[in-house]
Design a protein around this ligand. Structure first.
Ligand code: HEM
Ligand SMILES: N[C@@H](CC(=O)c1ccccc1NC=O)C(=O)O
Length: 279
């Protein structure tokens, strides 16, 4: 006679949720799992949708951490900030690994549903643009694709109107080294951060004597780590794009691979990279 199947309920596992909060209730899974709506009957469109939706969820968490990291820095809570920055790097690591799943989609698979995407593109991701803005790659020209959603447009505009996270880091640097911020170059709120020799000179001071400036050194390396992962994301993206659509124009209207290659040359924290040649 076969044994009766194992019953965790007999050992106390809760089995009834008619009047209690369940896993799906807490996570609102009925909502989340009802939001995949392929527009074609191509098999791989589900992969494409889920890949982007999960990326957007991770970006939501990255933004949550980055906003809190900036607040923690301004409140002098550096250990809490370090923890959040480390988490953002791990999120990018997660996003980087995810490309391996998407790469199982061949050009022939993608061609079956690409036309259904119309003019939509990741270029219009407001969360991605917000991450770029917070880190200091601020470009007011990138606001326009968001005009059609006034709430998101307003949030992105508000971000451009305040110092970036990296601007705040540099304020902290000057305060710590000089005892004041009189010589801190005012952030240009209308353009991507450009390398500044005064900022670089102070970071060089930190790297030249790491024992004395340990917290600043740790902060700098956390930023380099973050940018390292971000660069890998850009590289994985452009490589996947070349692999899937070659040199076709993007649905967003840019040149496609040529546009994304140009973005590979963006340096978020240029002083931290350039000073390495002076050590
Ligand atoms: C087969 C997969 C993919 C292809 C062929 C592709 C293609 C492209 C192209 C051609 C662009 C340039 C803008 C345009 O003209 O459309 C772009 C931008 C973008 N894509 Fe993708 N993409 C893919 C997957 C993804 C994934 C999985 C994400 C994750 C969220 C993503 C996020 C973005 C973002 C954020 C941009 C703007 C980048 C910037 O402005 O620097 N893409 N993509
Ligand atoms: N720009 C892509 C389309 C694309 O990848 C896309 C379209 C809609 C939603 C997200 C997308 N992902 C990244 O750009 C293309 O030109 O094929």
């Amino acid at each position: 006679m076969t044994k009766p199947p194992y019953d965790p309920g007999a050992e106390g596992a809760r089995m009834g949720f008619a009047d209690a909060m369940s896993y799906g209730d807490y996570l609102h899974l009925d909502g989340v799992l009802a939001q995949q709506h392929p527009l074609s009957d191509a098999h791989d469109e589900m992969l494409f949708i889920i890949q982007h939706q999960t990326s957007e969820l991770w970006m939501k968490l990255a933004l949550h951490e980055l906003q809190a990291a900036r607040s923690a820095l301004c409140a002098g809570q550096t250990p809490a900030m370090f923890k959040m920055l480390a988490r953002v790097s791990r999120i990018f690591e997660q996003l980087n690994s995810a490309w391996d799943v998407l790469r199982t989609m061949t050009p022939a698979d993608y061609t079956r549903f690409r036309a259904a995407l119309g003019p939509s593109s990741g270029f219009q991701s407001h969360q991605y643009r917000m991450i770029e803005f917070i880190l200091g790659n601020r470009n007011p020209n990138m606001l326009r694709p968001h005009e059609h959603v006034p709430e998101q447009h307003a949030l992105l505009r508000a971000e451009l109107a305040q110092p970036s996270f990296y601007d705040e880091v540099n304020r902290y640097l000057f305060q710590a080294l000089d005892g004041h911020t009189d010589h801190l170059p005012p952030p240009d709120l209308t353009a991507p951060h450009a390398l500044n020799p005064d900022i670089q000179a102070r970071w060089l001071q930190v790297y030249a004597d790491t024992d004395t400036h340990w917290t600043l050194y740790e902060l700098a390396e956390k930023l380099v780590d973050l940018e390292d992962y971000f660069r890998r994301w850009r590289f994985n993206h452009v490589t996947t794009v070349e692999r899937v659509i070659g040199f076709k124009r993007g649905t967003g209207g840019t040149a496609g691979v040529d546009y994304l290659r140009r973005m590979l040359s963006v340096e978020l924290f240029p002083e931290l990279w350039t000073l390495r040649g002076d050590l």
